[in-house]
Design a protein around this ligand. Structure first.
Ligand SMILES: N[C@H](CCC[C@H](N)C(=O)O)C(=O)O
Length: 365
């Protein structure tokens, strides 16, 4: 599959005029950053744009049309995938409008190539907005950047909510019901543009996480000990639809200083540990106070990411189970903070955070 990505950055007609034409090309560019309307650029040449360090292509500006910014996603050219890039605190996804089918438009093998940050678009995963099922508004499926398919993605479902609003050209407070591998998930776009997500109930039963770590009397794994590469770690295991192994430190050691960890070394050893039959996401946590935690994450199927929404939820649950945190807390991730609440009355976990569009583009599959 040859990927020839056309990428549009925050460009305006002014900075297009200011650059010399370098070589001909023939692909269409989307300028989604016009405030109220959609300007379709047709191109016959490539313009090098030193301001953004990569090429944009534009030759003439077609008449402005009052279409949604994502109208180009409706264009159908065989072998071309139109997408929108979103991120949630730097955990970034290629978003695909898959509303016309329950079959993903991209295979797991293609997802690996598209997520490659040198030879593809780049991303921690690719997310498909699909028709609803079991009475929900939508369905979300996701492929990790290694091509594996997880059950759920917290940052991703916030991005999905904003993507759907974009597709519908709808604004303001709105919520959707989304069917996922973790069951029903309900994201709500708030007045300030952040997204609050009802992430459902955490799963604590060891065999459902799943983990083979010997469980407590109540079938959960809380403050258990596992040996990883000759070191004993204290861990608590939680599923948010996907498996999470949370550690606040080594056995007998002081509290973790997470910035000192070599994630690339220790992360894969947890991810592929024999005690996690479906592999696991692993969160390393530092406690600042009973309402303020800091974490780094090595994600199953994606490696070290800047943020993990299900991971932040699992961390809050583990901290509460270990008596380290209140039910409302802020979890600092490398990409920014998430606000998490594990509500006693419905046992649901709620996560609030941002989701931002980065660019629109099209690639030849
Ligand atoms: N890599 C994860 C899925 C993405 C989770 C993360 N990005 C989030 O925001 O929850 C897994 O295989 O379970």
């Amino acid at each position: 599959m040859a990927i020839a990505a056309t990428v549009s950055a925050p460009i305006t007609s002014s900075n297009l005029r200011s650059h010399s034409i370098t070589r001909p090309s023939s692909f269409s560019l989307i300028n989604p950053f016009k405030s109220s309307s959609f300007t379709k650029l047709t191109t016959t040449s490539l313009i090098r744009n030193p301001k953004f360090g990569f090429s944009v292509s534009a030759m003439s500006v077609a008449a402005q049309e009052n279409l949604s910014q994502t109208a180009f996603l409706d264009r159908r050219e065989s072998g071309v995938l139109h997408f929108v890039k979103y991120h949630g605190l730097g955990n970034d996804f290629i978003m695909v409008n898959n509303l016309d089918s329950m079959e993903p438009k991209v295979t797991p093998e293609q997802a690996v190539k598209l997520c490659d940050r040198n030879f593809g678009i780049g991303g921690d995963g690719i997310i498909f907005a699909m028709p609803g099922s079991n009475g929900t508004d939508y369905t979300m499926r996701i492929f990790n950047s290694d091509g594996s398919e997880p059950e759920m993605c917290g940052n991703g479902v916030r991005c999905l909510a904003k993507f759907i609003a974009d597709l519908n050209n709808s604004h303001g407070r709105q919520s959707f019901t989304v069917h996922t591998g973790a069951g029903l998930i309900v994201p709500e776009i708030q007045d300030d543009g952040k997204v609050k997500v009802d992430m459902g109930e955490p799963v604590l039963k060891a065999s459902d996480v799943p983990t083979k770590i010997p469980a407590n009397k109540d079938q959960s794994v809380v403050k258990a000990k596992i040996e990883v590469d000759g070191v004993n770690w204290n861990v608590t295991c939680v599923s948010m639809g996907n498996p999470h192994c949370i550690t606040f430190g080594r056995e007998g050691g002081e509290n973790l200083v997470v910035d000192e960890l070599n994630l690339a070394d220790i992360g894969p050893k947890f991810e592929r540990h024999a005690l996690f039959p479906a592999r696991t996401n692993t969160e390393f946590v530092q406690v600042f106070s009973r309402s303020h935690l800091k974490m780094r994450v090595w994600e199953r199927g994606a490696g070290a990411t800047l943020a993990c929404g299900t991971g932040a939820c699992a961390v809050a649950v583990a901290a509460i189970l270990e008596g380290r945190s209140e039910r409302n807390c802020t979890v600092d991730l490398p990409g920014g903070p998430l606000v998490i609440e594990w509500r006693e009355d419905d046992n649901h976990v709620y996560m609030t955070g941002p989701a931002e569009v980065v660019f629109y583009g099209s690639v030849h599959l």
